[in-house]
Design a protein around this ligand. Structure first.
Ligand code: IVH
Length: 676
C-alpha cells in the first residue's frame, strides 16, 4: 500500500510534534506534556511507519533514543553505550519477557528458579561516574546513549557521590552508572519555596534532578537536594568484579558508592511479581520517586549470552506502575476555603485515571500560581498525582487551547460565608476574613476559642466540638454559651456527669480577662504575647476595635502586618456580630485605663536587646518596663541597637554588641536608667 498525501501529512505533523517535545524535554529540561502523552505520539508514529516503511527517514525521531547533548557542556563518549530499558505494563508482558529469556538461555521447563535482581526504577537522571585509581575523574549524562555531556563539576557537589572510593581492590578504571534524583521531601520543599516566592516550580522530581544537573554554575547544583544510587557498571579495566549483578552492587557499596536499599534477588516471574507488589505497597512511603521496578537477570555470564537488541538489553525489563501524569481538561475552577481560612483555587476536571485512581479535582495551590500557569476554564492541562500528595495541575498545554477559554480571578467574597476575601501583599495565600463566622473555619476557630490559654473551657474537647459543629448546634463561639446540660449529655462519649462538668466550665469561663478574650478571637498573628500587649496598652476592648493601623503600631510587639490583620478582623461585620453576641451572652472582663507610654525621657525611641539572666526581675518584666518608658525591645543585635542589657551567662549577643561598638548595660545600670 502506498501512502496517501494525507497520511504523509499526518506523519510529518507527528514528527514535528515529537521533535518539539524532545527539545523541550532534553534540551530545555522543561517538558510540556506528560510522558504517557509523549509515548502515545511516539507509538502513533511507529505504527504509521510500520504501515508505510517507505516513509521512514533517517532523521525520524523513531530512529534515535535519547537526545542531543547541549553544547554548553563538553561532550563525553561512552565507551560502553548507556542503554535504555524495554517496558512491561502487565504481568502477561512480564511472562512474555521471561519466556524469551529462558528460551534464549535454553533453560528447560519454566525457569521458576532463575534469579533476577529486582530494583526500584528510580525517577531521576541517569549518570555515569568514572573513577581512576579510586578518584572521581568525570561525571557524564547519558545523552543519546553514545555521547553524553560532561557534568563533572556538578556531580562533585552531590554528597552521595564519593570523590574518592574507600576500601581496596577496585579496578584501576571503574565506570559506574546510576540515577541522580531529588528525594520527595526536597522536591516538595523546593517547590513550596519557589511557589511562595512566585517562582517557577519543577514539574516532577525527575525534571528537578535533570535540570539541577545541567546548571552551568555548580553552586546552583550544590543548593539542590540531590542524591544518587548506582545500579550498574560500565567500562572497567585493571581489576575484576563478582559474577552476579547483586554481588557487584554489594561490592560497589563497600567501595563507598550508594546503592538502593530496596533491592532483592528473586526467583522467576512469581518472585518478580511479589517484588512489584511489595514495592507498590511501599511506594508512597519511600523517600524517593519511582515509576516502576526493574528486573535484571542476576548472572552476568547469562547477561552476556543474552546481549542486546538495538538500544535495550535482552536481560532486563522495566515493569512500570500506572502513570502519575495525565492529560485532561479543566471544566471549571472553584475556590475552597480551608480550616484556617485559606482560599485555594481548585480545578474541576474531566475525570481522568492517573496514579492508579480516577481524579476529578486538582489543586492550583493559590491565585498567583493559577495566574502564573495561566490556567483557564476549557484548557487542556497536565495533572500529576504522586502517592498520597493532593493531585495538582502541572501546567497548561497552551498549543491545545481553544478559543473562548475563560480566565479566572480571585473572588471578592468568601464562597462559603460571603465575608471579604483579603490578601496581604507579602503573602501568596488569600484568606476569608470571617474567622469567627465562616463555617469552613468553624471547628478550628472554636477549638482555639476554648483552649487553655484562651477561654479555658475545660472538658469541651476537639471531639465534642466536631460533633457540635457537624450537627449545626454550634455555629459561632457565642452558641457555646447557650448549650444545655441535657443536649450535651446525649452526645457521643458523654454522660450526665461529664455534661454537668462542661456546663460548669462554660459558666466559669464567662468571667475572663481582656487578654484571654482577645487571644480567643483567633485573629491571625495575634498570639498570647500580642494579646497581652494590646490589652495592657489599650486597657479597653472598644478602643482596640476602633484603633487605626497607626494607633495599633504604637503597641510594642505590633508591626505593620499584625496591625493590618487586626484591622481586617474588626472591619469584618460578621466578626463584630459574633463579638456582640458573646458579650450579650454574658462574657465579660474588667477593663483598665489606657497605658500612658512615655514620649520623652532617656528611653524614649531607644532600641534594647536583653541577654542572659537578670537577678532582680525577669526578662519579660524588664521588657515591659522599657516599653512603658517608650523604649523598644528586639531580639537581635545590630548597628541600630542602642543598648544591650546583659545578665548572668550572657552569650553571643553581648559579644556581638562589643564587636559592633553598641553600648552595654548591666542590670544595675538598667535600673538606674529606668529610675532616671
Ligand atoms: S538499568 C541496561 N536500573 O531507567 C540497563 N536503570 O529506561 C539500563 N533507571 O536510563 C539501566 N532505575 O535512568 C537501571 N534500577 C535501575 C534504574 C534504571 C532507573 C533508569 C535509567 C535508565 C532508564 C532506562
Amino acid at each position: 500500500m502506498t501512502a496517501s498525501a494525507a497520511k504523509k501529512k499526518e506523519l510529518d505533523s507527528l514528527k514535528e510534534q515529537i521533535r518539539h517535545h524532545n527539545y523541550q524535554y532534553h534540551v530545555l529540561d522543561d517538558p510540556e506534556i506528560p510522558d504517557v502523552e509523549y509515548d502515545r505520539l511516539m507509538r502513533q508514529l511507529q505504527a504509521l511507519e510500520q504501515e508505510y516503511p517507505e516513509l521512514v527517514t533517517d532523521d525520524s525521531p523513531t530512529q534515535r533514543v535519547g537526545d542531543v547533548p547541549i553544547s554548553a557542556f563538553g561532550t563525553v563518549q561512552h565507551q560502553v553505550p548507556m542503554l535504555s530499558l524495554d517496558n512491561a505494563f502487565s504481568p502477561d508482558e512480564l511472562r512474555e519477557f521471561h519466556r524469551r529469556v529462558t528460551q534464549r538461555l535454553e533453560i528447560e521447563g519454566e525457569g521458576d528458579w532463575l534469579a533476577y535482581a529486582a530494583e526500584p526504577k528510580l525517577d531521576g537522571a541517569a549518570v555515569s561516574l568514572l573513577y581512576e585509581d579510586g578518584t572521581l575523574r568525570r561525571g557524564a549524562t547519558r545523552g543519546d546513549g553514545t555521547t553524553g555531556e560532561d557534568i563533572t563539576h556538578n556531580v562533585r557537589t552531590i554528597d552521595a557521590v564519593p570523590l574518592r572510593l574507600i576500601g581496596q581492590g577496585y579496578p584501576s578504571i571503574l565506570e559506574v552508572r546510576g540515577e541522580v534524583f531529588m528525594p520527595k521531601a526536597g522536591f516538595e520543599a523546593y517547590n513550596q519555596k519557589a511557589r511562595a516566592a512566585g517562582e517557577k516550580t519543577f514539574v516532577n522530581p525527575r525534571n528537578a534532578a535533570a535540570g539541577s544537573l545541567r546548571q552551568l554554575d555548580p553552586k546552583l547544583t550544590a543548593a539542590r537536594p540531590l542524591d544518587m544510587y548506582v545500579y550498574s557498571v560500565g567500562h572497567i579495566d585493571g581489576g575484576n568484579l563478582p559474577s552476579t549483578h547483586s554481588e557487584v552492587l554489594e561490592q560497589l557499596q563497600e567501595w563507598g558508592l550508594k546503592t538502593c536499599p530496596e533491592r532483592r534477588v528473586v526467583e522467576g516471574v512469581e518472585g518478580c511479581l511479589w517484588f512489584y507488589e511489595w514495592i507498590g505497597a511501599k511506594r508512597d512511603a519511600l523517600p524517593y520517586e519511582i515509576d516502576g521496578v526493574v528486573y535484571k537477570v542476576n548472572d552476568l555470564q547469562q547477561q552476556r549470552e543474552l546481549g542486546f537488541v538495538s538500544r535495550a538489553p535482552r536481560w532486563a525489563i522495566a515493569h512500570k506502575f500506572p502513570a502519575q501524569e495525565e492529560l485532561t481538561t479543566v471544566e471549571g475552577v472553584e475556590f475552597q476555603v480551608g480550616r484556617t481560612g485559606a482560599v485555594t483555587p481548585v480545578a474541576r476536571l474531566k475525570p481522568v485515571f492517573v496514579g492508579g485512581v480516577t481524579v476529578s479535582n486538582a489543586t492550583l495551590h493559590n491565585i498567583d500560581e493559577l495566574h502564573r500557569k495561566d490556567v483557564r476554564v476549557g484548557d487542556t492541562v497536565s495533572i500529576r498525582r504522586a502517592g498520597d500528595v493532593i493531585p495538582e495541575v502541572v501546567g497548561v498545554i497552551v498549543s491545545r487551547r481553544r478559543k473562548g477559554a475563560r480566565r479566572v480571578n480571585l473572588p471578592k467574597n468568601c464562597p462559603v460565608c460571603g465575608s471579604t476575601v483579603t490578601r496581604e501583599a507579602d503573602e501568596a495565600v488569600a484568606r476569608c476574613s470571617g474567622g469567627l463566622y465562616c463555617s469552613a473555619q468553624r471547628a478550628e476557630a472554636l477549638k482555639h476559642f476554648v483552649s487553655r490559654k484562651a477561654m479555658d473551657i475545660e472538658g469541651l474537647g476537639a471531639k465534642l466540638i466536631e460533633q457540635l459543629v457537624a450537627n449545626d448546634r454550634v455555629k459561632t463561639p457565642a452558641d457555646i454559651f447557650g448549650l444545655t446540660r441535657d443536649e450535651l449529655a446525649e452526645l457521643e462519649r458523654m454522660g450526665a456527669k461529664s455534661a454537668e462538668n462542661v456546663i460548669r466550665s462554660i459558666e466559669a469561663s464567662r468571667s475572663t480577662t481582656l487578654e484571654r478574650f482577645l487571644y480567643a478571637l483567633g485573629i491571625r498573628e495575634v498570639g498570647e504575647a500580642t494579646a497581652t500587649a494590646l490589652a495592657s496598652h489599650f486597657g479597653k476592648f472598644q478602643l482596640i476595635v476602633n484603633a487605626s493601623e497607626t494607633e495599633l503600631l504604637d503597641v510594642p510587639d505590633v508591626g505593620p502586618v499584625v496591625a493590618s490583620r487586626i484591622r481586617a478582623f474588626f472591619d469584618e461585620p460578621h466578626n463584630r456580630l459574633v463579638i456582640d453576641a458573646l458579650q450579650k451572652s454574658g462574657v465579660h472582663w474588667s477593663e483598665t485605663e489606657p497605658e500612658k507610654i512615655q514620649t520623652t525621657g532617656p528611653l524614649y525611641g531607644k532600641t534594647f536587646v536583653l541577654t542572659g539572666t537578670l537577678s532582680g526581675m525577669t526578662r519579660d518584666e524588664a521588657r515591659q518596663k522599657i516599653q512603658a518608658r517608650g523604649g523598644k525591645v528586639t531580639g537581635s543585635v545590630s548597628k541600630k541597637t542602642n543598648y544591650v542589657v546583659y545578665g548572668e551567662k550572657a552569650g553571643s549577643k553581648l559579644k556581638k554588641a562589643r564587636d559592633l561598638h553598641v553600648d552595654t548595660l548591666d542590670e544595675k545600670q538598667l535600673v538606674e536608667l529606668l529610675e532616671n
